[in-house]
Design a protein around this ligand. Sequence first.
Ligand SMILES: Nc1nc2c(c(=O)[nH]1)N[C@H]1C(S)=C(S)[C@@H](COP(=O)(O)OP(=O)(O)OC[C@H]3O[C@@H](n4cnc5c(=O)[nH]c(N)nc54)[C@H](O)[C@@H]3O)O[C@H]1N2
Ligand SMILES: Nc1nc2c(c(=O)[nH]1)N[C@H]1C(S)=C(S)[C@@H](COP(=O)(O)OP(=O)(O)OC[C@H]3O[C@@H](n4cnc5c(=O)[nH]c(N)nc54)[C@H](O)[C@@H]3O)O[C@H]1N2
Ligand SMILES: [Mo]
Length: 769
Amino acid sequence: MTDKMAEPKIEAYDGPAGGWGSAQSLTEILLREGIPVSGAALLMKQNKPDGFMCVSCAWAKPAKPLTFEYCENGAKATAWEQTAKRCGPDFFARHTVTELRDWTDYALEEQGRLTHPMRYDAGSDRYVPVSWDEATAAIGRELRALDPKSAVFYASGRASLETSYMYGLLARMYGNNNLPDSSNMCHEPTSVGLKASIGVPVGTVVLEDFDTTDLILFFGQNVGSNAPRMLHQLQEARKRRVPIVTFNPLRERGLERFTNPQSVVEMATRHATEISTQYHQVKAGGDLAAITGMCKALIAADREALGVGRPGILDRSFIDEHTHGFDAFAAYCESQDWAALEGRSGLTRTAIEAAATVYARARAVIGVYGMGLTQHRKGTESVQMLVNLLLLRGNIGRKGAGPCPVRGHSNVQGQRTVGITEKPELAPLDVLKEQYGFEPPREKGLNTVEACEGIVSGDVKAFISLGGNFVRAIPETVRMEEAWRTMRLTVQISTKLNRSHLINGEVAYILPCLGRIEIDTQASGPQAVSMESSTSCFHGSRGKTNPVSDQVRSEPWIVAEIAKATLEPNPNVPWDSWVGDYSRIRGAMEATYPSVFHNLEGRMFEPGGIHKPLAARDRRWETETGKANFTVPEGIEADPDMPLRGADALDLITLRSNDQFNTTVYGYDDRFRGVKGTRTILFMNADDIARLGFADAEIVDVTTVSDDRVRSVKGLRIVAYNIPPGNCAGYYPELNPLIPLWHHDEQSKTPAAKAIPVTIARSASTLQG
Ligand SMILES: Nc1nc2c(c(=O)[nH]1)N[C@H]1C(S)=C(S)[C@@H](COP(=O)(O)OP(=O)(O)OC[C@H]3O[C@@H](n4cnc5c(=O)[nH]c(N)nc54)[C@H](O)[C@@H]3O)O[C@H]1N2
Ligand SMILES: Nc1nc2c(c(=O)[nH]1)N[C@H]1C(S)=C(S)[C@@H](COP(=O)(O)OP(=O)(O)OC[C@H]3O[C@@H](n4cnc5c(=O)[nH]c(N)nc54)[C@H](O)[C@@H]3O)O[C@H]1N2
Ligand SMILES: [Mo]
């Protein structure tokens, strides 16, 4: 089955981010999902202190929310979860798994919410209904028969702090630290890079910093599509004439201009605020060079000023008191050659110096970043280079300043806080040992890439998934799908059907769960859960709607049942009592992390949330040197294989459209980029199209440059686009077959999804969507 799509159309979009286009797009999805317009009253509860926390992105929730504290994409995510459509046993009876493998991501999730636990039946090649008792007993039996090192417990970043805490404990009591989470594909360079540089694995900026900052630097984050509520902070800052300097290969609409869809006046007058004051179309992977250039310019200007007796540009007292490694870093910058920096960044020296000049004038600077900085072979070094820039003028641990990684899933950061990590040193193993009386495993567990390697080699035999669509989100689709089906056990705790359910192991279960928006009633009554935002604030969340079916269970309940069926009973771990009253799970979390969750129960519904203590905010540096570290990278090249590429190779960026949440495809329009009715496209620079002998709208095949195996995606339509020469771009996850598993950040092993070397050829296949 394929989707019925309108004839694809490519047409430049003139509107701002937000505005009338956003209102229209939202109405369309509410209608399609069968949500009555009165049901939209639900949206009024979104991101409010007494309501539910959005299931889309992790952006901060203000203490004084707007009347409509949601955005187009947050509302789409609510509509997607609250759809009137259902995917139950009758659906599975009608379709074999082999048949469903040919369906698109869109078609699968469009079937609606999963309603019953299902077991894979190899004889009929179908999923068949199973009771919860049978399902959890069988999963426990399978896990007990395996070497604990051969099972993986993945978490996509949505599940609550309570569920995640229990899930981490389950894995460790079972016997491993194999706890990769979606963060391994996303902000792991942040966890590794910021921890080494400034001693905390997360950003230091909180919402109030946007009120006092004098400059925002913006690297590789598409705010208009992926964290739209942040546009309100950016718009407010622009009203105070705060400059915003953006580095992005694509001119993203949300970074150009914004009309607040909640302002009657702005909507009526079609008034839009200009967002970026400087827009630098850096080449993919060129940030390392661009930021090095800014640092070089600042160091030179400082030297010059001091030489003629003027005050310096750098914050010397901060550098002396708080940092380590400045001299080596300054020497490194001075030794860099401008021509090389220009060549690699794709920016002129003048442009880089213009950015450095604005930076030198600002007292408090925020450095915002997203996947454009992290998803590279040198992703960690890129993050650390941004920290270097901030350190030069003391822009960490000061009001209105600091690094601001924009996290992805709504609780991805929180999952790390409660022990979902493959790195044993990041989990309080001794405390857990004491608290629960068991011997936690001490060996490093598998991260995402290592879990994939283990599946290929046959060492990993079971994969439990707490949400997500792992098979579709990882690199190397073709080889991974083959290897996946050799596993003994696959378990998916999910809300909607996706491709990971169909690439199943020998024994496979789908366990349908409640979403966060639904009322979760347990022995003690309706329950609340908590999560952590991108700015390290904890918030409570209460479900508001009736469960989609009486057969779905809550995530804590499912985790507890798997644990009870798998583990020897341990009187110190009261799984049933926890599930009966989630405040007891929060009590256990507080016992494990007393300073982090002090009185979480009493404070989780406070407006603005509870701030997690962050040493670096107070200029306490919990690093190896006890200082904030300047880091010298290996070089300015974000991809060590770059010199091996031929002249015909382009660097492919994979990214999100405005109509998807990760592997969830809401629709086929990417309004801001002017694409309608298709996702199988390749954005290319017009000069490259001509130079390589193609034409706009031509259908092409794309192949990865590598010498180990052939990786291709066929039938993409060329779209001439404003993108730097030498770069091209297309949509994730359709292009994931092109990413080699080894193409990852060296330090954190985050797949490098943003600069994949590819060549392009005229397509042998005929026209595609
Ligand atoms: N609506 C919606 N919201 C989401 C998501 C979603 O899919 N849909 N996903 C969530 C998740 S899990 C995450 S991690 C975030 C992701 O949010 P983003 O970090 O915005 O992720 P991407 O869409 O991958 O886009 C990254 C941006 O980086 C730019 N870019 C690419 N390469 C480079 C480069 O080398 N340098 C620079 N400077 N820029 C570059 C791209 O042009 C693009 O604008 O959003 C979260 N929020
Ligand atoms: N090429 C390329 N690949 C990428 C990226 C990229 O930019 N380019 N980005 C990477 C990034 S940043 C990320 S975070 C990963 C995302 O990887 P994942 O987090 O694994 O994938 P999602 O698409 O977010 O998962 C969607 C599924 O989650 C389930 N789900 C939704 N809500 C709930 C819930 O409340 N509970 C449970 N249990 N399940 C739920 C639904 O069944 C849905 O089908 O992909 C990565 N892959
Ligand atoms: Mo992410």
